[in-house]
Design a protein around this ligand. Sequence first.
Ligand code: UDP
Ligand code: MG
Length: 376
Amino acid sequence: MFPTATQSNTNSTKTGSGPATAEPGYSHPLGAASVQTHTSFAAAPTSNGTELSLIIPICNEVDTIDSLHEQLTAALAAIGRPYEIIYIDDGSNDGSYEKLERIWQKDHTVRVIKFARNFGKTAAMSAALDSARGEIMIPMDADLQNDPKDIVRLLDKLEEGYDVVSGWRKKRYDELFLRLIPSWIANRLISTMTGVHLRDYGCCLKAYRRAVIQDVKLYGEMHRFVPIYASWHGARVTEIPVIHHPRRFGKSKYGISRTTKVLLDLITVTFMSNYLTKPIYVFGTAGLGSLGLSFASFVWMIFIRYAYNTHFTDTPMPVLTAMFFMIGIQFILMGLLAELLMRTYHESQGKRTYVINRMLENESGAAESAQINFTP
Ligand code: UDP
Ligand code: MG
C-alpha cells in the first residue's frame, strides 16, 4: 500500500544528507505535473491552517448562487473544520460575479477568482487549485446537482486512508440519449483503457488530498482524469455513491460534443502514460507495419505479374506499395521528431522519468535498503 499523507511524513527518511529538499519531480502526461520525490503524498504546509478548500466553478449560475452558498456553509459548519470556499467566475454575463462579490463582502471564508472571459470548467478548476490553501480539495459544481451534504461522507471515506474519494452519481438525473448513454460508454472506455476502475469519472464532486493534486496541470476536459493520474502515482482512489439532483435553474453548458473531447483526452492520457518516454515505439511500430504492408504488396505485385501475367498497371498494387512505403517512412520520421521533443521536454526542465516512493540511506550515503518505484 502506498503511504498516506501522515505515514509518508514519518516514513520518508533521508538521513545523512540533511532535510529532503524539493527536487524536480517526475513529469507526468496529464500535463507538466510533477510529484515531489521523498515527500510523495505528504501534504504541503498551508499558510493559515485551512483544512478544506471548496472549489466551485461558475458560469452563468446567478439563480443558484445564494442557495448554493447557504447550503454549502451549513454543511461545512456542521463538519466544523477550517475551510475556504473558492468561487471561480468563468466569464459569466448574467450577474453571477456581482452576486459573488456581495457574498465575499459578507463572508471572510470566501475567495473569488474572476476570469477575464470564459476559459472553461477545467481552466476554472485549475486556477482554483493553484491558489487553494487547504489540505483537502473538494471541487463541486455550482448548479446544486451535487449535494453539499455529501461532503462529510467524502471526508469520512478519505479518513479511512484514501487519497482520492470520487463521487458516483448512482441515480443520475440527466438527459438519457445526449448525456447518460454517452457518459456510460465514456466511463466504461476510460475504465478499460486506463485500468483505474471508477464508475463515474465525470462527477465533479470529489475529495483530494492536496499532495496528489497540487502539481497537476489540467488541459482540455482533463479534470475527470485526475483520479487516474493520482492512482498511477500510487494514490489510493475510491468511489462512493453521492446524491444527484435534476438541474433546477439555468441550463447545462455541455452537449453531446463533449464526448468527442473526452475521447480525444483519453487517447492523449493513454498515449502519454504509456509512451511519454518512448514515443518512437508507437510511431515506429506503425511505421514498420506500414513498411511491411508495402513490402507485402510489392511481393504480391511481382507474383501476380509473373504467375498470372497481370500487368502492373492492371492492379492497385504499385500504388499501394508506394503509399504504404511513404506512410511508413513518415511515421518513423515522426517518431524520431517525437523522441527529440520528449528529450527537450524532460531535459530542458530537469524533469525526471521516474517517481521515487521512498529512499533509505545510511550515514555514508550508501543505500542500505530501498523501496523505490520506478515509473517508466
Ligand atoms: N462551468 C464553468 N465553465 C464552463 C462550463 C461550466 O465554470 O465553461 C461550470 C458550471 O457553472 C457548473 C459546472 O461547471 O458549475 C458544471 O456545468 P454543468 O452543470 O453545465 O455541467 P453538467 O452538470 O451538465 O455536466
Ligand atoms: Mg450540472
